[in-house]
Design a protein around this ligand. Structure first.
Ligand code: NAP
Length: 650
């Protein structure tokens, strides 16, 4: 008998066992299964050249099974069935297959520069990203404390690394639980839109994700479990909202003012502050006349009340971004009428498995084949590593409107062909759903057909007339007023207002928001001149659009911050301040990179751009470059700040 993630499978006879294995392998992602078997059995015949996935570059769709032909898949399945049989018969490795050929097999021979990054993501030889130092060793006598702001995905990563390095720290979290955006966004249909296994920490991998793109509750639970399992909760002060940070030059410490849930003032002091407040947590309500006059129920998508019953209601959803795209199909069958107000249409990437569970065969194999979940996560990670970056890169010679290069046009043609299929019976809708900007200009959504299905429904309208006014009873456009019971503002977040609404005062009384003046920047996404030992996670230019996952960027930033802290500690705890020149050169590099991508071209409006039309959110280069920058602490880019002689910490 073998226990499975999805129940219990009884294996009675050799034949039944064989059938079970074949059925499971038929549902498996083959390339990582072969790597896992080679590893578990110490047999590199699983990595034979004729089994190697060809890894065709991504187009609109990622090619299934790494682009293997049907015939190659058949061979790979037969080999995998043989391997699982051998494992279940008790065979184990008598020799070790080195990691390099395994990684080479899955990545099609990734350039050697990728190997350190891939080693960390794989995590087979331990937690590679863990700090290689501990405070009691590098600075035993230095009195040093860190405050982390936020216990979402980034704050938990920072907390874990600080705990590993035995640096004393406290996490201040405004909510009553960990999880950040995954705790706050509880609208119907909310789920991941990046591959699930790769959306987990390299140091806290998870084998039993129920879906390929998990639902909000499962992801929230993952972060709750991580906080518990890594014993981080004892460091977190919940219901504590940071209001201001002030650098006290005489003591060379940060003074932090917070409020508890009753509005009582709380004061903290810290030698370093790590902000982990996210980019997408300040709801953006639209600037539409009359917005306060509506007498029905109205709220932002990130403020959904789970007890709200929409049955039989007349509902308007304003916006067609990632949030609306999940809400509309989820509520359409329940409501009486649904009007979707679209200002610009979204591009959508075909993703048939978007709502699918992880197949039971895969889950069974995750239990049976040692480290298969790890190799599968690694595979997902690699396929997204440089993802579709080449498809959204601007060719300066290209002049066809609506696209930025020949490859971008190919992508556009494939996506339009799919829309033409989906709306073949509704030319009225087709005319509205084809975007007029280049694919990759905004975040592309995951399409398994449910959006088109929802728009086809008799009770759903896609409204493209601009909204002129919100009235006490509904929404007005040039075609007149329409009445609603509920208005959902799925209108996004104030993403360019980094660290708002906190007041942040640095050296010489410098105000961070005034310094930035809307153009947020940070050296390596982490350091801002004039704000010593203030470190940002998920800061400016760290958001990804068509590559990797946010967790990767966060882990890189946190590892870099740990090296900054180590340096500060070895300098006796004196704060470090990035040099203005290094900061400015870095920001210029971000501008140059973002101008080369579809999201940076003029004429495309999105949350990626600030009020000046500049992209301060996105990382524009290959992921490898961020990894390399984050794993190199460049002492020359920083000044060490001496405290004034009258130093008094508390
Ligand atoms: P968003 O992508 O910024 O979309 C906002 C939508 O509201 C856009 O369609 C925008 O139209 C529209 N809008 C804004 N102001 C308007 C106005 N005055 N009148 C009419 N329409 C207006 O926001 P979001 O959907 O909340 O998503 C934000 C980001 O959160 C995503 O890009 C993604 O990174 C993240 N997210 C992730 C997930 C996930 O992983 N599952 C889910 C949700 C969100 P225009 O396009 O014309 O500006």
């Amino acid at each position: 008998m073998t226990s499975t993630g999805a129940g219990t499978v009884q294996l009675h006879t050799v034949d039944e066992k064989g059938e079970q294995i074949e059925a499971a392998v038929a549902q498996a992602e083959l390339a990582p299964l072969l790597a896992a078997l080679a590893h578990a059995l110490g047999d590199d015949s699983f990595l034979a050249d004729d089994l190697r996935p060809p890894l065709r570059p991504a187009e609109a769709e990622i090619f299934p099974q790494g682009g293997m032909s049907a015939e190659q898949q058949e061979r790979a399945r037969a080999k995998a069935v043989e391997g699982v049989h051998r494992l279940m018969s008790g065979e184990r490795a008598t020799r070790t297959v080195p990691m390099e050929p395994l990684v080479e097999f899955l990545t099609g021979g990734a350039a050697p520069e990728y190997l350190p990054l891939l080693r960390r993501e794989l995590g087979l030889d331990g937690d590679v990203g863990a700090p290689g130092w501990r405070k009691p060793e590098v600075a035993p006598d230095v009195d040093f404390e860190v405050v982390v702001i936020g216990a979402g995905m980034s704050g938990l990563a920072a907390a874990h690394r600080l705990a590993q390095a035995e640096v004393p720290f406290t996490v201040l979290e405004k909510n009553a639980e960990v999880g950040g955006t995954w705790l706050e966004n509880v609208y119907p249909g909310c789920r991941l839109d990046t591959n699930n296994f790769a959306y987990s920490y390299s140091f806290a991998q998870k084998a039993d994700w129920p879906h390929q793109f998990s639902a909000q509750a499962d992801i929230a639970r993952y972060f709750e479990d991580v906080a518990t399992r890594l014993d981080l909760r004892r460091h977190i002060k919940f219901r504590t909202t940071v209001v201001s940070l002030r650098y006290d030059e005489s003591a060379a410490v940060w003074r932090i003012t917070a409020e508890d849930s009753e509005g009582n003032r709380l004061d903290y002091a810290a030698n370093a502050v790590v902000t982990a407040v996210g980019q997408l947590n300040q709801p953006q309500l639209p600037d539409i006349p009359g917005i306060d006059s509506f007498e029905g129920t109205a709220f932002h998508s990130a403020r959904w009340d789970p007890s709200l019953d929409l049955t039989g209601k007349r509902v308007a959803v304003i916006g067609t971004g990632a949030s609306a795209y999940q809400i509309v199909p989820a509520i359409a069958p329940t409501v009486a009428e649904l009007a979707v107000y679209q200002r610009s249409a979204p591009w959508m990437l075909p993703t048939p498995s978007y709502h699918e569970p992880v197949p039971t065969g895969m889950r069974w194999l995750f239990d049976v084949v040692p480290e298969y979940p790890r190799w599968f996560r690694f595979w997902q990670f690699w396929l997204a590593t440089e993802g579709r970056l080449s498809l959204v890169t601007v060719d300066p010679e290209w002049d066809e409107p609506g696209t930025v290069s020949a490859a971008n046009k190919l992508l556009r043609d494939q996506l339009v062909a799919r829309l033409e299929e989906q709306y073949a019976d509704r030319p009225d809708l087709l005319a509205k759903v084809v975007p007029d900007y280049p694919p990759g200009g905004k975040r592309m959504l995951r399409d398994n057909g449910v959006w088109a299905e929802a728009l086809h429904r008799d009770n759903v309208d896609l409204v493209t007339d601009p909204i002129t006014r919100i009235t006490p009873t509904g929404i007005e456009t040039a075609s007149g007023e329409r009445e609603f019971d509920v208005i959902v503002y799925a209108t996004g977040f104030r993403a360019s207002d980094f660290l708002m609404p906190m007041e942040v005062t640095g050296k010489d009384g410098r105000d961070l928001h005034r310094d930035w003046d809307g153009n947020a920047g940070a050296y390596k996404g982490v350091s801002v001149p004039g704000f010593p030992n203030l470190f940002l996670v998920f800061g400016p230019n760290t958001n990804l659009v068509v590559t990797g996952s946010a967790i990767f960027m966060t882990e890189c930033s946190v590892e870099y911050i740990m090296e900054c802290l180590r340096f500060s500690l070895t300098e006796g705890g004196r704060p470090i301040d990035v040099k203005q020149g290094a900061y400015e050169a870095y920001c210029r590099d971000m501008d140059r990179g973002n101008a080369l991508r579809a999201w940076g071209v003029p004429g495309v409006r999105s949350w990626y751009k600030n009020r000046y039309g500049k992209v301060t959110q996105n990382w524009p280069w290959p992921l490898l470059r961020f990894y390399e920058l984050s794993t190199t602490f460049d002492r020359d880019a920083y000044d060490v700040v001496a405290p004034r002689p009258t130093a008094q910490k508390k």
